[in-house]
Design a protein around this ligand. Structure first.
Ligand code: SF4
Length: 584
């Protein structure tokens, strides 16, 4: 509730009020506060869902507090029957706070805030945790600002259905003011606060997968230098650093590809309905979808787009020839700092070259590993030549020099790539002699081009989710229509995801000679051929691997998202190096 005579203070005075709930998060962990309050990040876990359930009743309707000066009917001895008011909004310019109080018990000019918490009463001497007490104290301060006497607050623990009375003392008040001040200062900075070190708090934190506390600390430690360099053939794990299991290890939601020409995507409740000429072709639950990929002439209703934007599910637009037009996304992240850091790094020759070297090295080493592991007899000379080019990467002085080394390494790699393939029924047609494109002229190049087009949109979506600009590259130069930063991110994954899934699609017979249509000048996948390859691609993305740096199990799709997140953190200066993924 705001005073009757006041417009919302933040609009009137240009002051951003700090939500009291965020003060609780700040007291718990300043990094959590920053991610939630400044960057607008959110992710549910079992504890947040339980907390929301506990609040369901008190959140039902907003109510107004009785006037504290309204003493009619109040007894002189202060023994008034308390009035219970739920879901009370309060704000104060003086305190710089805003809050929605779960419940207030008011009697005459006295008021007691009651805050609902999930779980049971903590078994510690205070029977409560500091963040909860600070939040309650801040609510008490707001009530005092609005004319009430407020000497105690109550924490109601839904799990044990018990109340704990918290005295709102002078020392708690002072601590609360200190935290308000500190939170304001943190909110004003562009630097993300460091993560907590090996704290049990992280185990219950729903943003652990976004914050990456152990990963960040592992990459910051001096003994992780071998992992950070990315240039050695030695073990690349962050040695001696225990990184807790990433959860969830694989992304449950999957991309929904729609390539039926003339199809229309609509919605019914929380389901997407794909239909054509009023016949339903298929349905999908919103919670099972990570992105909607429209290939060619496929339309979406406005209502469906609104739902997807609201739910943070991007829509990817490709032409029938898989030219990437762009994405439609909702306004989820409100953080502009990542983009500012990205543009600054792109304009800084030293930082740009550092990242470019890491990218070229990451891709080249992964190509070399793929050949070394799978071509028999071992292509010793080719591997040596690739190593020779890659050994010159760390000392490259310009981007052009790097482009030359990257091209020379790739030429060696693709000169032996056909030896990885054992097609079932198109040996005679197999005329792969190296990469060609626009248009591809043979089946293998058609598959590789299609796979890279799918992967680049995956990287685009991952970068957008981090608040980065996929069109402004650092190694790849920005050019109209080219998602240059997505191409930067994609390099290390080309051999690991696309080349591997192409090999597996051919060698397992998922794609055969019938999967292609050929003319004298070009070769393209048929619609069924694309479908078959996408099965191989999605299988690879969903495959669980041991993360080469952090050594926990997660899917390749999770690894791509992690790398996008770590790239954003490197750009912001949260970690010292961007370490490309390398398999051994
Ligand atoms: S995971 Fe740990 S360090 Fe990161 S925001 Fe949560 S509590 Fe803070």
């Amino acid at each position: 509730m705001l005073r009757d005579d006041a417009a919302p203070p933040s609009e009137e005075a240009g002051v951003e009020l700090l939500p009291v709930r965020m003060l609780n998060e700040f007291a718990y962990c300043p990094r959590l506060f920053y991610l939630m309050h400044v960057e607008g990040r959110w992710e549910d876990n079992e504890f947040t869902l339980e907390g929301r359930e506990a609040h369901r009743r008190v959140d039902r309707t907003d109510q107004l507090l009785p006037d504290p000066d309204h003493t009619e009917g109040a007894s002189d001895d202060g023994d008034d029957e308390p009035v219970v008011v739920r879901s009370v909004s309060l704000g104060s310019l003086g305190l710089g706070l805003t809050a929605k109080l779960d419940l207030v018990e008011a009697a005459g000019d006295a008021a007691v805030p009651v805050d609902t918490k999930r779980g049971r009463v903590p078994q510690n001497p205070d029977r409560s945790w500091e963040p909860e007490r600070v939040q309650l104290m801040a609510q008490g301060l707001l009530l005092r600002e609005h004319g009430y006497r407020c000497d105690t607050g109550i924490l109601y623990f839904a799990g044990s259905r018990s109340r704990v009375t918290i005295p709102l003392t002078a020392s708690l008040e002072q601590r609360t003011h200190e935290l308000i001040q500190q939170a304001r200062e943190v909110a004003r900075t562009r630097a993300i606060p460091p993560p907590l070190d090996d704290s049990p708090k992280c185990n219950g934190c729903s943003l652990a997968g976004i914050c990456l506390p152990d990963e960040t600390l592992a990459l910051k430690r001096p003994d992780a230098s071998s992992a950070r360099s990315g240039g050695s053939d030695e073990s690349s794990e962050a040695e001696g650093v225990a990184v807790r299991r990433f959860f969830p290890p694989r992304v449950h939601a999957m991309p929904l590809y729609i390539q039926e020409q003339g199809a229309r995507v609509g919605k019914r409740g929380e389901r997407l309905i794909i239909s054509k000429e009023n016949v339903v072709l298929s349905e999908a639950r919103l919670k099972d979808i990570s992105q909607v990929v429209l290939m060619g002439n496929v339309s979406v209703t406005a209502q469906c787009l609104h739902l997807l934007c609201e739910s943070g599910i991007p829509v990817v637009h490709l032409s029938t020839g898989h030219w990437f037009y762009g994405t439609t996304t909702g306004i989820t992240l409100r953080n502009a700092y990542d983009r500012a850091a990205q543009y600054a790094a792109a304009g800084d020759p030293v930082r740009a070259l550092t990242l470019a070297k890491a990218i070229v090295l990451g891709k080249g080493l992964n190509q070399r590993t793929l050949l070394g592991r799978n071509v028999r007899p071992r292509p010793v000379l080719t591997l040596k030549e690739m190593s020779m080019y890659l050994s010159r990467v760390p000392s490259a002085a310009t981007r052009d020099e790097l482009l030359g080394l990257e091209g020379a390494t790739a030429a060696k790699y693709f000169s032996r790539f056909a030896e990885l393939l054992r097609p079932r029924d198109f040996e005679a047609e197999l005329d792969f002699e190296g990469r060609n494109r626009r248009p591809p002229t043979d089946p293998v190049n058609a598959l590789l081009s299609f796979g890279y087009a799918v992967l680049v949109k995956e990287c685009t979506v991952a970068l957008l989710a981090e608040g980065l600009d996929p069109w402004w590259g650092i190694y790849h130069q920005p050019r109209h229509g080219r998602p240059a930063l997505a191409l930067d991110l994609m390099e290390e994954f080309r051999p690991l995801i696309v080349d591997s899934s192409v090999i597996s699609a051919i060698n397992t017979g998922m794609v055969t000679g019938k999967s292609f249509q050929r003319t004298a000048a070009a070769c393209a996948l048929t619609p069924q051929g694309r479908k078959n390859y996408l099965r191989a691609y999605e299988g690879r993305m969903d495959e669980l691997v041991t993360h080469p740096v952090f050594e926990y199990r997660c899917s390749w799709r999770t690894v791509v998202r992690l790398q996008a997140r770590l790239l954003a953190r490197w750009l912001r200066g949260d970690i010292p190096d961007y370490v490309p993924i390398r398999t051994r």
